[in-house]
Design a protein around this ligand. Structure first.
Ligand code: C2G
Length: 128
């Protein structure tokens, strides 16, 4: 079984999130998604509209997702890859080259982001 992992906040879930999960799953048979905790997002400097518990539940309900785990720090990825026996690490290409050190542990794939949509843009538009 080919296992894929990806990481993210997935706040205000939108088509860009769905596209990356769909394409990540297409690279294997089993997709694990590590969803950033509220505390970790504070470290990332991101304020979430939706709490981590609800973001995890929403992501878990996506048909392409097989397992959801919490992301609580930047450096858990190697442990996750080893513990979950992951074959492919996937991120959107806004992260291109940022995780190349993981190539020692698994395949690293950066997929093109979905243009024209982002959580920040949605929040700004709602603010008017
Ligand atoms: N994404 C995308 N297209 C968009 C918006 C997001 O493909 N229009 C992708 C991002 O590239 C990322 C995933 O969707 O791979 C989740 O995006 P975010 O929730 O913004 O994740 P981020 O806050 O960047 O957290 O350790 C890694 C971090 O947890 C990534």
């Amino acid at each position: 079984m080919k296992k894929v992992i990806t990481y993210g906040t997935f706040d205000l879930f939108h088509i860009g999130h769905l596209n990356i999960l769909k394409r990540a799953k297409a690279l294997g048979d089993y997709l694990i998604v590590a969803v950033s905790s509220d505390e970790f997002n504070a470290i990332k400097g991101k304020k979430c509209q939706i709490c981590d518990k609800d973001r995890m539940e929403i992501v878990k309900a996506i048909r392409y997702v097989d397992e959801v785990i919490p992301e609580t720090c930047w450096d858990q990825k190697v442990k996750d890859i080893q513990e979950h026996d992951v074959d492919v690490f996937v991120m959107g290409d806004d992260w291109k080259d940022k995780f190349d050190e993981l190539k020692d542990y698994c395949e690293v794939v950066y997929l093109p982001r979905t243009e024209g949509v982002s959580t920040t843009q949605i929040k700004d538009e709602l603010k008017g």
